[in-house]
Design a binder for this molecule. Structure first.
Ligand SMILES: Nc1ncnc2c1ncn2[C@@H]1O[C@H](COP(=O)(O)OP(=O)(O)OP(=O)(O)O)[C@@H](O)[C@H]1O
Length: 248
């Protein structure tokens, strides 16, 4: 489906797609200061599925937001696909989010008045993809996520798992090199969550996409190539999930 080299093995040395260097971020609410990220550094390579785990409030969303250009770090540097995200002007950030990154959120974020197919078409409209190509890619993506029979249904006519499948298809519409997913299975029951997780895994393998997934979900953590752990804003690498003793 993609012209990218899908044979790239996870974790293979080469050019990293994401480089996070000593990133720090603090929030100030009145006189109170919360340090959300402390000197966080890591690299992510093409074709890797990386789980970011940590307790509530440990900084997972904050980290993903710095990488996706939704927020700016106070210190340090983030580079995605050779672009220094932390220094890009707003126009450059918009371009990066449109062309390089696909986002999946816990709350799905679909447009209620649009059908599944129209939702998937939105990012391609922003890129001015010609209608015929857009429709074809929409069909391929919705079929890939198992929703070819539901293309014309609106989000409220779909189950939670189906909505998240639409969101994954939409995130992939512009062939992103990086998929950022913040608690993608957080609102789903465990079996549906597992299906979404298997879908993410298949996408990473099939399309050579790098995925960063913030999650508490042990099922999602179990299929990750690497696990990054955040404790009060400090990052440690937990190693291969297969090597860990299951805690759930
Ligand atoms: N906009 C903000 N203003 C003030 N404090 C914030 C803001 N965003 C996050 N924080 C604080 O920064 C810390 C990290 O929050 P973050 O949302 O990154 O955690 P998380 O690991 O994603 O949590 P969860 O698993 O509950 O989503 C928390 O202490 C949080 O209260």
């Amino acid at each position: 489906m993609s012209d990218r080299d899908a044979s790239v093995a996870p974790g293979r040395p080469g050019e990293p797609l994401v480089v996070v260097e000593r990133v720090g971020k603090a929030y100030r609410t009145g006189p109170k200061k919360v340090v959300a990220l402390r000197e966080v550094s890591f690299e992510a390579y093409p074709g890797e599925l990386i789980a970011v785990r940590g307790r509530s409030g440990s900084g997972k969303t904050t980290l993903l937001n710095q990488i996706g250009g939704l927020d700016r770090p106070d210190t340090g540097r983030v580079t995605v696909a050779g672009r220094v995200v932390s220094e890009l002007p707003e126009a450059g950030l918009l371009e990066l989010r449109r062309d390089v990154i696909g986002f999946v959120f816990q709350s799905f974020g679909l447009i209620p008045v649009l059908s599944a197919a129209e939702n998937v078409g939105v990012p391609m409209r922003l890129l001015r993809t010609p209608a015929a190509e857009r429709e074809e890619r929409t069909r391929v993506l919705l079929s890939m996520v198992g929703l070819d029979q539901h293309m014309n249904q609106r989000p409220y006519e779909l189950s939670g798992g189906q909505r998240q499948r639409v969101a994954v298809a939409r995130a992939l519409a512009n062939r992103p090199r990086l998929l950022i997913a913040d608690e993608p299975t957080g609102q789903l029951d465990s079996q549906t969550g597992r299906q979404i997780m298997e879908l993410l895994h298949a996408v990473v393998r099939g399309e050579g996409v790098t995925a960063l997934v913030a999650t508490h979900d042990p099922l999602l953590i179990a299929v990750a190539d690497r696990v990054l752990e955040l404790h009060d804003g400090t990052l440690t690498e937990a190693g291969s999930p297969a090597a860990e003793t299951p805690t759930a």
